[in-house]
Design a protein. Sequence first.
Length: 611
Amino acid sequence: MMDKALDYSKRNMNLRTKLLVLFLVLTLLPLSLQGWVNYHHFSQTIDRKTEQFTIDIIRQINTNLNRLLKDFERLSLLPLYDQMVLGILGKYNAPMGTATWAKSDDYLKMKLYTSGQAYDRPEIRGIHLISNSGILFSNLDSLAVKPVWDSRQDDWFAELGGSEGEWRLLPPHNPSYYTGKNEEAYISVAREIRDPSTLKRLGYILIDIRLDAFRQLLSNLNFEENASLMIVDSKQRLVFERTSIGGRSAYNQLLQHGQLQGYAGNQKVVLDGSSYLYVQHHSNYSGLSVISLTPSSVIQKESGEMLTFTFGFAVLCMAAVAILAALLSYRVTRPLISLKQNMIRVEQGDFTQRVTSFSSDEFGQISRGFNRMMEEIHRLFNEVFLLGIREREAELSALQSQIHPHFIYNTLESINMMAIRRKHAEVSHMVTALGKLLRYTIDKVDRIVLLQEEIAFVQSYVRIQQVRFDGRLEVIFEFEEEVMSCPIPKLILQPLVENAVYHGIEGQEDGGTIWVSALQFDQELLLTVRDNGKGLSQEEIDEWNESLSQIPSSESLRCNAEDNLGLTNIAQRLHLIYGQAASLSVYGSLGHGLAATITIPLQEKGDNVHV
């Protein structure tokens, strides 16, 4: 059923629609395919480049981080080459927690040394040298740190145990040797200080680094703001984390899922229903791993923007193509549509239609051929039509020549005088009326007469019919004085009255009434003949009106040759004289009579009506 419906719709599409659909398919199909292929390729390329860019950023972060830590590592080695430092630390060599106080001179010397190392290094919170007994020398003010500190009270300090002089990076911690409250967490680069000659431990060096150093490290790189970045040590402890805007800790999410150690390299991961690009880079030097979690939506952001742009551009292109296709199909089919409309009017009987605009292509040739064909048809129609009129006029002339008018008039006058002498008034009136009828039809050669002349002729006809019906026929004339001088075709009212008598009143026992009226409406003259006779059914009235509206042809003239005073003949005469401006229509109902109305356009003074 669906295929049949499609076939039916295709067969019923006009040429303009078919061309429009063809243009749209041939243009939009490859355009859409090319747009989709380009977007798909561009999207994959952008995703790959974004992923590679993220990997390069992570590597660069780790490289910069190694450079920073190497600087701190070298800084932690400097006390090993300073005999003053080694000497002061050696003076306070005792078990941790046994120290009480150091000489002020030693504090001053160590402060000058550490201050020189920390000069112009805002990322360093403090450089601290600690003896085995717990004496703490720092570059900070004596009020900022404790002069004596027992390292055993801080668990993080145990990281230096067994380091054998190797440097260690301690994750964020809150040292207890600071005297201030709410001290922030620091990352420390620490090392055991050993005597180079004996390799005995003399103390420790702690370089506390602010977390801002890592933030400053990231600010110099074009790292995605919506991505999360974390730095973890070899034990998977968090050293530093920068969360995305408005996001929560990615490190905690990975720990909650127990998947921090399960990921490596570059891969796609899903956390809490969201997809991320997981990029990890490990440094063999520091043991730190830099991990980045970039939302897939961020990576595909440019792809989405490209999709939006592609879709918007495609819509604009489709609209432009649709408009262009509509214009092209209109320009291509316009001559055919015009030719089709002219042919429809020709089918309705209007042979005056012509194609006015021509092109130099095949449509122009068809249009010229159509015009030549219509000229030939019009010429042949006029020849046949005029030939029929001439044949009828010849027959009428032959009839007139067979009967001498004066003989008829003298005979009718003699009959009239005999009726008067014998006092037969009805016979006299009937003969007088018949004489007027003959004079109007035979003597008067004009085809256009005044309305008052036509009315007089109808009145003579009515007198004869009233005598015939013996008083059972009543005819009422309703005319306005200003229309009595209007020109109308000759013998156009009498056939309507005759039709009302024979088809409406005839056969009714009580006879009937006929109303003949004329009135002017705007620039038209309305002539109506109405009766209260038998009438017609609605179907018969519709058939009559359709027949009366047809343009006359030679065939219709031959068919109505014997009934040249009928309604069809009147309609044909009106069309021949006035064209489509005049009409004849009937209306009524079965059992309630019938009415026939003639509409004639009024001519301006000086205009001539050609018959």
